[in-house]
Design a protein around this ligand. Structure first.
Ligand code: ATP
Length: 250
């Protein structure tokens, strides 16, 4: 940015490769082993090379959209950022621990929404006073005031996703990853959550948003990384990348 001071890098992804070893459980391709009288199928393993040398740097105040077709490696990349999926080569360096929305909130379906708010907040490290102070705001943000005493198993998937989003974003995050969570909410909720993502970003945080909704990406992200078959196809300002992506799909 012209005239501004250099922004601090928050996440550096350096030539990251991820491979999954998959045991084929369907029909064995070849080799039936009958030793010992038992019919054993030879186990075939396949290697899926999900990320093939991904590199980019995100900075504070960045809201980075991650786009690409199904199976291109977006979720794998996000799971690698939080350390849930190990890299087979390359490395991720982060200024603080990235939070993957939903994973932090270990919610229990048989408990009421209200109890899950408390549980999720405790899991994020808030104390009882902080939870009391934020409780109403979380419930209202989720739009679940009249359902909050019902067990969470009675919620629709959209209602559950809204509650998780409301809990997870009730705490300040330096680096937040939102993977498709907005897709399930209705239009009003989407607008509220997009606003919240902008707030986090404005507070010097970095947000990664994985989405197939180019509307959400355009409304929330200042920058987009387009991934296909485990490689970065394009990385740049939102409109440039989304325009190219949509032109390629047209
Ligand atoms: N746990 C796993 N074990 C084996 N292979 C996996 C696993 N998770 C993902 N893959 C494979 O890795 C590749 C990338 O998958 P990934 O879920 O990262 O894609 P994605 O871009 O998030 O897709 P989508 O848009 O459909 O959510 C795919 O080929 C997928 O089959």
């Amino acid at each position: 940015m012209a005239g501004s001071t250099e922004r601090r890098p928050t996440v550096v992804v350096d030539d990251v490769h991820v491979t999954y070893r998959v045991h084929a459980t369907g029909k064995a391709a070849a080799g039936v082993d009958t030793r010992g009288g038992l019919l054993r199928r030879a186990r075939s393993t396949r290697t899926v090379h999900a990320l093939r040398g991904v590199s980019f740097t995100a900075h504070e105040n960045d809201s980075v959209g991650i786009i690409g077709p199904n199976g291109s490696g977006k979720s794998t990349l996000m799971r690698t950022l939080v350390g849930l999926t190990p890299t087979s080569a390359g490395a991720v360096h982060a200024a603080s621990r990235p939070n993957l929305l939903g994973v932090g909130a270990a919610l229990i379906r048989d408990l009421s929404g209200a109890n899950n708010v408390v549980l999720g907040c405790l899991a994020m490290g808030l104390d009882r006073d902080e939870i009391d102070a934020r409780f109403d705001e979380i419930v209202d943000f989720a739009g679940l005031r009249e359902f909050i005493d019902l067990p969470m198993r009675t919620y629709s998937s959209g209602m559950t996703a809204r509650l998780k989003f409301a809990i997870a974003t009730a705490r300040a995050h330096d680096i937040l990853i939102v993977d498709e969570a907005l897709a399930v909410g209705d239009r009003q909720f989407r607008a509220r959550s997009e606003e919240r993502i902008r707030e986090i970003r404005d507070n010097a945080g970095t947000v990664f948003l994985v989405s197939h909704s180019m509307g959400s990406i355009r409304d929330t992200c200042n920058r987009v990384v387009w991934i296909d078959r485990g490689r970065v196809v394009m990385d740049g300002p939102t409109d440039d990348v989304v325009d190219a992506y949509e032109a390629g799909r047209a």
